[in-house]
Design a protein. Structure first.
Length: 195
């Protein structure tokens, strides 16, 4: 990607965050709009977000709170290139703190999301398709996520390649496939420095 495209996407991330902040909001408060109680492991918004034009899909969930844990939860991002009933491919997840500030981008093992597995090259080829232009739960949240995938496309591609290299060298217990080894959850990650 051209450096200009990355700079533009980084500005779009900041723009979305700034507009939300003007209203006392952030990407999490928008994602949870209308939700009375947040439950660990539940998908927010219910039913996920899916853009039929691009095949991009995402949901947010949190894990049970651990003492000292900074990450509130993460946005799992996918592409369904053949539409809502077709195969689903996990691209990466975006971890955020309780204020919606991005902490990291990471890949997970197949058992975590149960997606239709693709190797690194085929997964990386789907990255440009992650483009959510939907009004719900918030157009700004959707554009924020899209801009992350644009701004960090090269880094996410490298994370996906690292995922495959890590799985190829992983030695699970006998009789367990590397992609189904529950001892290996997060396979590669990029920590995002605070802005």
């Amino acid at each position: 990607m051209a450096e200009d495209g990355k700079a533009l996407a980084l500005r779009e991330i900041a723009f979305c965050e700034t507009v939300l902040a003007k209203g006392g909001l952030n990407v999490l408060s928008e994602t949870f709009r209308g939700v009375a109680d947040i439950t660990a492991w539940e998908h927010y918004p219910p039913g996920d977000v899916f853009d039929p034009a691009s095949g991009a899909q995402w949901y947010y969930h949190s894990h049970p709170a651990d003492a000292g844990e900074i990450e509130h939860g993460h946005f799992h991002c996918f592409v369904r290139p053949q539409g809502p009933e077709g195969p689903i491919h996990h691209l990466a997840a975006v971890g955020v703190d309780a204020y919606g500030r991005m902490l990291r981008i990471f890949t997970v093992n197949q058992w975590v999301v149960g997606d239709d597995w693709l190797d690194a090259e085929a997964t990386v080829a789907l990255l440009p398709r992650f483009d959510i232009q939907m009004p719900q739960p918030s157009y700004l949240v959707n554009r924020w996520l899209t801009a992350i995938f644009t701004a960090y496309e090269a880094e996410i591609a490298e994370l996906i390649h690292k995922r495959d290299r890590a799985l190829a060298s992983h030695r699970p217990p006998e009789g367990v496939e590397a992609r189904q080894d529950r001892a290996l959850e997060v396979v590669s990650e990029l920590v995002i420095p605070p802005r």
